[in-house]
Design a protein around this ligand. Structure first.
Ligand SMILES: NC(=O)c1ccc[n+]([C@@H]2O[C@H](COP(=O)([O-])OP(=O)(O)OC[C@H]3O[C@@H](n4cnc5c(N)ncnc54)[C@H](O)[C@@H]3O)[C@@H](O)[C@H]2O)c1
Length: 166
């Protein structure tokens, strides 16, 4: 008798889906990528340098998935737009964009400079918009898609040294 998929496998299957995870070399991104590969997704893993992606890509392959490493500095809007094109070309489709890359500089509010402010916002806020904007026509042409933005408890609760990020 053939083994039926469990209700969890049916509900959470990502078989055939093309997924881009930004910041996939980081602590949260690499775990998300491996879990999505286990659920059947094909993965484009992004980070700021290719050597950082070797282990996360291997983890995806170990989970039975396909992994395409992609490099871009998300503080550059042009690089965000190019990244979406590369993910689409590698995967052949783009069903899910997980905006997981992020930065922080911890310091008291009095010490925050314009460069701190702009550097944090360029990645944590601006890149999300331009990545999503570039993904939009691809997802619309495919009939839909999902964009998942990883937030933080600090969205609801500031901390002494976490002002711009919050
Ligand atoms: N760690 C936590 O406790 C926590 C809690 C809540 C939310 N978050 C959020 O979850 C996300 C991931 O967190 P994490 O703990 O995995 O962080 P992490 O620092 O381990 O990973 C973030 C990744 O983003 C990449 N990145 C940073 N700036 C970049 C840039 N300019 N271009 C390209 N890539 C860049 C880094 O290289 C890194 O691999 C972040 O957005 C963070 O704000 C983290």
């Amino acid at each position: 008798m053939s083994q039926q998929p469990s209700i969890l496998e049916r509900l959470f299957s990502l078989c055939g889906k093309g997924v881009l995870v930004t910041g996939a070399a980081g602590g949260i991104g690499r775990v998300l990528a491996a879990a999505m590969a286990e659920a059947g997704a094909r993965l484009a893993l992004h980070d700021v340098a290719s050597d950082r992606l070797v282990e996360p890509c291997q983890a995806v392959r170990d989970a039975g998935g396909e992994a395409f490493p992609l490099v871009a500095d998300l503080s550059d809007v042009g690089a965000c737009q190019k990244l979406i094109g590369e993910a689409h070309a590698s995967l052949g489709r783009l069903d899910v964009l997980v905006n997981c890359a992020g930065v922080n500089r911890r310091e008291p509010i009095e010490a925050v400079t314009l460069d701190d402010y702009d550097s944090i916002n360029a990645v944590n806020q601006r890149s999300l918009f331009f990545l999503s904007q570039a993904a939009h026509p691809i997802m619309r042409a495919q009939g839909g898609g999902k964009i998942i933005n990883i937030g933080s408890l600090n969205s609801f609760m500031g901390l002494g040294t976490v002002s711009v990020y919050a």
